[in-house]
Design a protein around this ligand. Sequence first.
Ligand SMILES: [Zn+2]
Length: 326
Amino acid sequence: LTAAGAPGPGPGGLRRAIGIDIGGTGLKLGLVATGEPPSVTGVQVLAGHGDEPPAVVLDQVAATVRGLLDDEGVSLGELAGVGIGCAGLVDSCRGVLRTSPNLPAWRDVPLVAELEQRLGVRALLVNDAQAFLAAEWLAGAARGFDDALILTLGTGVGGGLILGGRPYRGAGGLGAEIGHMSLDLDGPTCACGNRGCFELFVARAAIERLAAESGLAADGADTPKRVFQRAEAGDDRAVRLFAEIGRRLGAGLAGLVNLLEPRVIVVGGGIAAAGRYIFPAATRELGVRSMVARTAPPPIREAEHGPGAGLIGAALLAAREEPLFT
Ligand SMILES: [Zn+2]
C-alpha cells in the first residue's frame, strides 16, 4: 500500500477497507474502496444480533467478512482496516463499546481487540454520528469544505461540526450535540434533561404531531415517509407541513450559523429525502434570522450517501493512516 492517509489518492492508490454499521435492527457490512466516489461492494446484513452474546456475533461477523472477501477476490492482507460504526457511548481510543441503544445487553465490549484477534487486521470503532460525518466530509456533500455543519434528521437530530479543517467534538468528545440546544426555554421536556430542544421541533416526533394536527396521519406507520409521499402526490397539507419543518430548521440553524459561519450545511437522515420541500423554507428563514447568513449564506445540501453512510464512513476512517478523531 503506497497511498498516503487521505482517501481518494487517485487511480492505483485506492485503499480497501471493510465497513460495519451496527444498527438497531441489523448489522450491515461491506467492502469499500476509497475513491471519488468510494465504491461499496458485497454488502451483507446480519439480523437479530441484539439478542446474541458479543462473542457469537463477532464470530459470525469474522466469518462473513472472510466469505465476502473471497467473493470479491480480495485477501485479508490487502485490507487497510476494518471500521465499525455504532450508536451509543463509544470509547474510540480503547476500541470499546461501552453502551448502545442498539445493543442493550452489551456492556464494555472490546470490539476492536476482539475483531483484530479474529481477522488479524487493524480495526477502529467510532459512533454513528462520527461515521456519518466522515462519509459526508471525506467523500460526500461536504467534501473539500474546511467549515461545515453536518446533521442528520431522523428520530432525533445528530451530526457534527467541521471547523478549520478538522472535526470538532469539544474538549472530551462529548460536544457538538446540535439537537440539544433549547429553542424554547419553557418548551417540552427532552430525554436529555433540557427543555424545548431543537430536535423536538424538527425530527420525527414533530412531523408526527404536525401530521396529526393537519389530518395527515392515519396509523402508526412511517409518518415522515407517508407525508413525503403525500407531498409528492401534490397534497398541499403535506407540502405546508415540510415547509413548517424547514422554517423551524432554519430558525435552529440561525444561531449556529451566527456562531460558526459554516460554508455549507449538509442534512442527511431519513427525513432529508424530503429536502426539496424543507430546504427552501430553511434557507429563507436562515436569511431572515441570521446576520451571518445574510452576508455569507451557506447552501443547505442533502447528504450524498443515504442509508449507506455509516458503513462507508467507518470504512473510510479505517482506510486512513492517520486517525481523524483523536
Ligand atoms: Zn435535548
